[in-house]
Design a protein around this ligand. Structure first.
Ligand SMILES: NC(=O)C1=CN([C@@H]2O[C@H](COP(=O)(O)OP(=O)(O)OC[C@H]3O[C@@H](n4cnc5c(N)ncnc54)[C@H](O)[C@@H]3O)[C@@H](O)[C@H]2O)[C@@H](O)CC1
Ligand SMILES: Nc1ncnc2c1ncn2[C@@H]1O[C@H](COP(=O)(O)OP(=O)(O)O)[C@@H](O)[C@H]1O
Ligand SMILES: [K+]
Length: 519
């Protein structure tokens, strides 16, 4: 691996808030880096990326300049594009701007770059560079600036945002009044938390990190006391996989997973979960289902040990009937929930009472919510993992408000309340443990917004957990890896089959490819 690749891997795993970014920046300036030199450097990197991206023949550029250093960055970009032969117009409606920004504005004007205060004066451009606000935005946008942003959003031209689409909250990704809808965003220095929150995705366009050589020592110095927020990178996710296997091993050393899933009503969910578990490489897979659907599971997964259980009148599992000499202690991990219906309450209680690492999903979560025994999870001796989508999350944690406003905070609170590792599903899945550490999945695809794709995740994760227990890999890391794997398989499948082509069964068929392609 080259030095640059290593740097890219390291820097891309950090996620910061605006306050942390400011502290990091201050350390750099305090160490002697001149503010003006850093701005010149950062804007130079932005210009270089822009020049590589602007299609040939597109030479008319509008540059939107705000009152702070985001505006300063934009002015340096404007000057550099001007020297590259582009026709540049500046839009700056602010009567008062920061000192450095003001100097750049003065110099740009001295070069003959026109600067306008009113939108109407801005001629038709091929593209816009948005330097209105970056991480310094604190208040809601109103009045003239807000209507200017709304106006630019009606333009058809591409908009390249510097650092953040102007108007977006750096930490929560919330729209502060209104926000530029960017086609591309150049996130400066370190990934900001808002980039990994669902509500920001409509505005970010294609986001990329512009690394401007922030010393890792400064990042670590600022982040050490805060709860650790990690962006799940491919390199890290792959390194957590139980690969390579030791040459001398046997099936029980590679983890034994018990899946408890399915009902007459939801037989398919059991198959999808099991196929996800199969792809995880788990050494032994046992699947407890209602007796009636046992033949179905056997026909799909001939390698699995399928345990038919007595049924309720409604066709749900009434109670577990494990084979002779087997009890819950025989398993390295248990995954329980997909397709159970809410008639399998005693089973959920039984697995909670066990001392095995336990993953609860779907109806496992609904039953848990009905029982109202979340605090009792704290007493479990082994790790509990909850994987709710937003609906399940609200039923489980009704007192955590505003889940949409800040999913990172919501998942942290849920993990602390329950003592469990909580994986909150979504476009940008967020995972937290009870110590407040968070993992965010930066890439996924809306192709996964389909019934059954969560069942597949439960299978992958269950299978990885069983292996992690055997290999003493931190379970949090496995939860992060499972989330990454699930999304990458979706991305790969969607690339080959469009976003309409990724039904949950198809997704299971892309799981191995996703790892092989990144190995
Ligand atoms: N992170 C770094 O180390 C670097 C940051 N730089 C740039 O500096 C930016 C941050 O600069 P600033 O701290 O000056 O902040 P911004 O440029 O994001 O904007 C803050 C300015 O907007 C005003 N403001 C805030 N909310 C407002 C509202 N609702 N309506 C009207 N005005 C409002 C503030 O009073 C302040 O003047 C970054 O986003 C980035 O573009 C780069 O220049 C260099 C390196
Ligand atoms: N817009 C989206 N972008 C990316 N991933 C998504 C999106 N919508 C849903 N997903 C993912 O798809 C899965 C859906 O799971 P879930 O809601 O439990 O479905 P089901 O219960 O039908 O299997 C989750 O892993 C979720 O993160
Ligand atoms: K911006």
């Amino acid at each position: 691996m080259t030095h640059l690749q290593q740097r890219e891997q390291e820097i891309s795993q950090y996620v910061v808030t605006a306050a942390q970014m400011r502290d990091i920046e201050e350390r750099i300036f305090a160490a002697g880096m001149p503010v003006v030199a850093l701005m010149e450097k950062v804007a130079g990197l932005i210009s270089r990326r822009l020049l590589a991206m602007i299609p040939p023949g597109k030479s008319r550029v509008g540059v939107l300049v705000g009152p702070g250093h985001n505006g300063g960055d934009a002015l340096v970009v404007a000057r550099q594009l001007h020297f590259q032969g582009y026709e540049v117009w500046i839009y700056n409606p602010f009567p008062k701007v920061k000192e450095l920004t003001s100097q750049h504005l003065q110099y740009a004007q001295s070069l003959g770059i026109p600067c306008y205060q009113a939108i109407e004066q801005l001629p038709n451009c091929d593209l816009l560079v948005d330097g209105l606000f970056g991480f310094g935005l604190e208040r809601k946008l109103t009045d003239a600036v807000a209507s200017a942003i709304d106006h630019f959003n009606t333009w058809k031209q591409p908009i390249f945002s510097i650092d953040l689409p102007s108007g977006l909250h750096t930490d929560t990704g919330e729209v502060l009044g209104t926000t530029i809808r960017a086609t591309n965003t150049f996130c400066l220095g370190l990934w900001k938390q808002g980039f990994l929150q669902d509500q920001a995705l409509d505005y970010l366009g294609k986001a990329e990190l512009i690394d401007f050589d922030i010393p890792l020592a400064d990042v670590q110095a600022v982040l050490q006391d805060a709860p650790k927020i990690t962006r799940i990178t491919t390199a890290k996710a792959i390194s957590n996989l139980p690969l390579p296997r030791p040459p001398v091993t046997h099936k029980y050393k590679e983890g034994h997973l018990l899946l408890i899933c399915g009902s007459h009503r939801y037989a398919g969910g059991a198959i999808l979960t099991a196929l996800g578990a199969r792809a995880s490489g788990v050494g032994m897979l046992s699947i407890a289902v209602p007796e009636y659907i046992k033949p179905l599971l056997v026909s799909h997964l001939p390698e699995a040990l399928v345990v038919g259980c007595p049924e309720t009148e409604t066709g749900a599992i009434a109670h577990l009937q494990l084979p002779e000499k087997t009890d819950l202690n025989s398993f390295d991990a248990i995954a329980c929930g997909p397709g159970l219906t809410t008639d399998s309450t005693p089973i959920v209680q039984q697995v909670i009472d066990s001392d095995r690492p336990l993953l609860l999903d779907a109806d496992g979560l609904n039953i848990l919510a009905q029982m109202g025994t979340i605090p009792s999870l704290q007493k479990r001796q082994a790790t509990t993992i909850l994987t709710p989508h937003e609906g399940e999350f609200k039923r489980l944690f009704p007192d955590i408000p505003n889940i949409h406003q800040d999913r990172v905070k919501a998942v942290q609170q849920a993990a602390m309340q329950s003592g469990a590792i909580v994986l909150l599903k979504g476009a940008r899945t967020a995972i937290a443990n009870s110590q407040g550490s968070v993992w965010l999945n930066p890439e996924s695809t809306p192709a996964l917004a389909r019934g059954g794709s969560g069942d597949v995740l439960t299978g992958i994760l269950g299978g990885l957990l069983a292996q992690a227990v055997k290999k003493q890999i931190a379970l949090e890391d496995m939860v992060a890896t499972a989330s990454w794997w699930h999304s990458q398989a979706g991305i790969l499948a969607a690339a080959e089959r469009t976003e309409l082509g990724v039904d949950a069964f198809t997704l299971t068929q892309y799981l191995m490819k996703a790892v092989m392609g990144n190995g």
